[in-house]
Design a protein around this ligand. Sequence first.
Ligand SMILES: [Zn+2]
Length: 589
Amino acid sequence: MERSEVKAEYKWSIEDIFPSEEAWEREYEKISSKIDFSKWQGKLGTAENLLAFLKEQDEMEATFSKLYVYAMMKQNEDARIPEGNVRLAKMGAFGAKFGAALAFVEPELLSLPEETLQSFIDNPAFRDYDYQLKSLLKSKPHVLSEAEEKLLAMSSEVTGSFQDIFSMIDNADLDLPEIEYKGETVRLTHGLYGKILGEEDRAKRKEVFEKYYGAYIKLKNTIAANYFASVKASVFGAQARNYASCLARALEGNDVDPVVYQNLMDSVNENVSVMHDYINYRKEALGLEEQHMYDIFAPLVEGANLSMPYEEAYDLVVKALSCLGEDYQELLRRAKRERWLDVEETTAKRSGAYSINCHGVHPFVLLNYQPTLNNIFTTAHEMGHALHSYFSEANQPISKASYRIFVAEVASTVNETLLLRYLLKTTTDKKIKKYLLNYHLDQMRSTLFRQTQFAMFEYEAHKMVEEGNPLTTQNLYDLYYGLNQKIYGDGIVHDTEIGYEWSRIPHFYRPFYVYQYSTGIISAISIANRILGEGEPAVADYKKFLSAGGSLPPVEILKLAGVDLTSKEPFRVAMQDFADTLKALKELD
Ligand SMILES: [Zn+2]
């Protein structure tokens, strides 16, 4: 379908940002020549100047947000339109120029005496910037002399290459073979691999599993050497900046207490038996004598699906989230009425789904709605992001409105969990109930257990290098294979191929990132349980979380919603939830 054929009510109200492309162009022309903060250089040492500068920066940030979000949305509507691509490229250059114009700020502030910085933080006039300045002050021991910083900046061109090298291997040089699929000869791709692994044809699953891994195994030594180099680069960076370890650097950068990472690894270690139970259950339910790694995504419940058109699905989401209060529901209705969402799949539109906030306007949500159960969950998920942005924006100044990645998937997963509970309560169809319970278990398997397996792998690999040991194809294989045996137990055959899974994970080139998926779902399950168990007081706490944006360290923000990741409690709740869901699934047999 072409975009022009879509009814206006299913297209997002991009005109809320700029009434026309010409209006965008005018604003862009006006502002892009003004990115110049040089008049402040060398003058940020007084409260009066710093405050004036920060306000000016906020204004530029707000305009940038509008220009950028418009350019991105317009391009995403139809990637074939050249003007849209040009506009987005212009914003890329604008962003780089903006960053460069502000490059003097951090070094200048850090060169001020600690007492001066502290006096700004204590000054009530800086209330909008206190967290930002506190974070800056905390980074002071890790900032080096000007000459050393210059060298580090120069070296980053080299030390940052390994991600690009992996991307070349993964997207250009990887020799994925042709396969026979649905009567046609097609080239295996990353997307097709994932699709077939979730299908019922077992022989086909086995075939693509072996062929897909086969392609990586041919390059195993190259990828291992590249990953070793990448880890060495992060060890170099952490040591150069006087951090105790790579992990300490990553967590301090996100302002996350290291005990959170430890709690996550410990709780999965202590509770692997619930995953083993699930794996054993799957083996039985699928009627397999031997369960293999390529069976792990196979559908457990055949032919169950809850299919409904968008209008009905949206109403269902609003109803399912009634536990969040009338105000939350009214915002959901308003979002639909005022066209925050772009619903239909059209030619050359960006695939998938996302939510993006436009400062001073409202959030927008891109969907490619299809009438399936997954799409109903996606709608709830993206509206979770959108309303998180909405609450934060309504309650925080621009300098504190954006939330960090660490908490970014919490609100979306809370919505999914509440929708799931609602459907389980209201559905009488046993097949659909089973499907939903299994959907939840699979989501926890892939988001909680699998990402923690990755987190454990990164933890050990970095430790090995920090202790002066090399990473080789063999020891990476042994490490990963061992973790796989631990997590999945003996209800499954640990095929040789799975020992090479590390070689195909792009996220490993962004050290200590993936654990946030696990802590996100753990937090969301805790919050959803509290809301359903305690009602109003828990909802009020949750709205404090939604309204906090990035105004505090992320672990503190979660505490507002009653989730303390520095304790073992939320981890225990999530593990119990997994065990309870499995029990409910078994009871339906
Ligand atoms: Zn999300």
